[in-house]
Design a protein around this ligand. Structure first.
Ligand code: SF4
Ligand code: SF4
Length: 89
């Protein structure tokens, strides 16, 4: 699954299931640190998908607001412990 942000210091990563995204922009709107933007990449649903603004990746707090608002359950935060145990969202 494509990893958007890896925060080794805080032990979590942000992932996006690109194929499931519907391009609604909700995650971009709710992110309190403004690290997300819509990209010009289309998925097979013909939806533009979000991306992390490169220089802002460090500001992801792992707050999960993007995850909670996503109607497709395709953007989510996993902590390192769950990743190493093989769990997925
Ligand atoms: S986890 Fe929080 S800070 Fe990180 S991208 Fe999602 S809404 Fe933004
Ligand atoms: S909220 Fe979910 S479906 Fe909407 S643009 Fe973000 S990742 Fe895609």
């Amino acid at each position: 699954m494509p990893r958007l942000v890896e925060k080794k210091d805080k032990k979590f990563s942000l992932f996006l299931n690109k194929g499931r995204c519907g391009g609604c922009r909700a995650c971009v709107c709710v992110c309190p640190t403004g690290i997300l933007e819509m990209s010009d990449e289309l998925n097979y649903r013909i939806a533009y998908i979000p991306q992390v603004i490169e220089e802002k990746a460090q500001y992801c707090t792992g707050c999960r607001r993007c995850e909670y608002c996503c109607p497709e359950w395709c953007i989510y935060v996993l902590d390192d412990e769950r990743q190493s145990s093989g769990e997925t969202a």
